[in-house]
Structure formats: structure tokens, C-alpha cells
Design a protein around this ligand. Structure first.
Ligand code: PRP
Ligand code: URA
Length: 209
């Protein structure tokens, strides 16, 4: 079964408090999403494996650590996931970036796919799928299914706010995918919005509505 980790670092929790507020405008909202993603990325990459390698300093030979194995990729779910990319790349600047375009049909809440462009060697990479919101779980599970169909096997999912319903769906459909969460909220309302949540993440990042 996957790991579900709520990242309770005080800075992450403080910044989530700011993005929840109705009065936080797009500029600050974007900034906070990016900073939260950076902090979450720092915590999530704690799991990466290291290996010993022999090097020479200007003084002598010594053994140092370096990251072992797979290279990394970040895959935002459009649109709102885009807000997390810059923060992720601040921590893992060599990562490649893929994009998956999905939107929720407002009536059925089912995800509708409209774009998928991944790094050519994505199946050889460790992939972090990012989206600020995990509500019903429809978008995240569909995005991860798309990656698996393209041969990607090492997948992590990172979101800022998650509903219990979305976490349960992720664990049922993709029990092999670790989930990193900023805050676990109470439930979904009748329109599929997370309560207390923060409203529509995409609209708040991009100032649309
Ligand atoms: C939001 C959010 C997730 C999805 C979560 O995107 O960014 O992708 O909803 O809901 P779910 O877990 O029920 O699928 P939305 O469909 O509003 O698209 P947008 O990012 O373009 O605004
Ligand atoms: N998508 C959002 O942006 N917010 C929610 O609360 C649920 C889905």
C-alpha cells in the first residue's frame, strides 16, 4: 500500500492558511502556491536514494554522496498544477517537465482529457505528478493512468489540499503511488468542492472566473 504523508512543516501550514483566505488575490496566491510546492518538494525528495562515489577535493581523495539511479520529471495537471512547477524546479532544477491537460466536467465531475506531452524518456524517470487539489480523485487517477499507459512506473503524487474521498480513490486505483499532501480537509460539498478548501485553484491562480 502507498504512503500517504501529510507534510505538517510549520511553513507549509502557515502558507496554506494564507491561500485559504478569500481575500488573498491572484498575485499572492500564485506566490504562495509556488513556495508551498518548493517546501513540499524538499520534504518529498527526502526519500531519494543516495550512493557513494569517490572524488578528489583540492586536498585529497574522498567519498561523497550523490543521487542514485533515476532522473526526475515533474508533471503538472493543467491548469492549476502549473502553479506548482516553478517551486518544484527550484529544488530539482534538472528535472524535465511533462504536461497533462484535464478538466472536470462541471456536471458529471468526470475528468476530460485535452492534452498530454511528456518527456521522451519519461518511462525511465521518477515522476512527480502535481496538482494543488485532490477532490474526487478523478483527475489525479486519470492522469496517473495516462502515465502508466506510457510505461511510467515510478510515480508520486503531490497536492496541497486533499479530500478524504480523493485519497481513498487514489489508494484504491493506484495503491503503488505515494501521496504527499499539505492538508487533509473534511469532505466534498454537493458540487465536488473541498470543504473548507480554498475554492477553485485554477481560477485563483490565473485570475479567471
Ligand atoms: C481542479 C484541480 C484538479 C481537479 C480536482 O481542476 O486543479 O485538477 O479539479 O478535482 P477532482 O479530484 O474531483 O478531479 P479543474 O478541473 O477545475 O481544472 P483547472 O485546473 O483547469 O481549473
Ligand atoms: N478543484 C478545485 O480547484 N477546488 C476544489 O475544491 C475541488 C476541485
Amino acid at each position: 500500500m502507498s504512503v500517504v504523508k501529510v507534510m505538517d512543516h510549520p511553513l507549509i501550514q502557515h502558507k496554506i492558511g494564507i491561500i485559504r483566505r478569500t481575500e488573498t488575490g491572484s498575485k499572492d496566491f500564485r506566490q504562495m502556491i509556488s513556495e508551498i510546492a518548493m517546501l513540499m518538494c524538499y520534504e518529498a525528495t527526502r526519500e531519494l536514494k543516495l550512493e557513494d562515489v569517490e572524488i578528489e577535493t583540492p586536498i585529497c581523495k574522498t567519498t561523497v554522496k550523490q543521487l542514485q539511479g533515476k532522473k526526475l520529471a515533474v508533471v503538472p495537471i493543467l491548469r492549476a498544477g502549473l502553479g506548482m512547477v516553478e517551486g518544484m524546479l527550484n529544488i530539482i532544477p534538472a528535472a524535465k517537465v511533462g504536461h497533462i491537460g484535464l478538466y472536470r466536467d462541471p456536471e458529471t465531475l468526470n475528468p476530460v482529457e485535452y492534452f498530454c506531452k511528456l518527456p521522451a524518456d519519461c518511462s525511465e524517470r521518477e515522476v512527480y505528478v502535481v496538482d494543488p487539489m485532490l477532490a474526487t480523485g478523478g483527475s489525479a487517477t486519470a492522469a496517473i493512468q495516462m502515465l502508466k499507459e506510457k510505461g511510467v512506473r515510478n510515480i508520486h503524487f503531490m497536492c496541497i489540499i486533499a479530500a478524504p474521498e480523493g485519497i481513498a480513490k487514489m489508494q484504491e486505483v493506484h495503491p503503488d503511488v505515494d501521496i504527499y499532501i499539505g492538508a487533509k480537509d473534511e469532505h466534498l460539498n454537493d458540487h465536488g468542492y473541498i470543504v473548507p478548501g480554498l475554492g477553485d485553484a485554477g481560477d485563483r491562480i490565473f485570475g479567471t472566473k
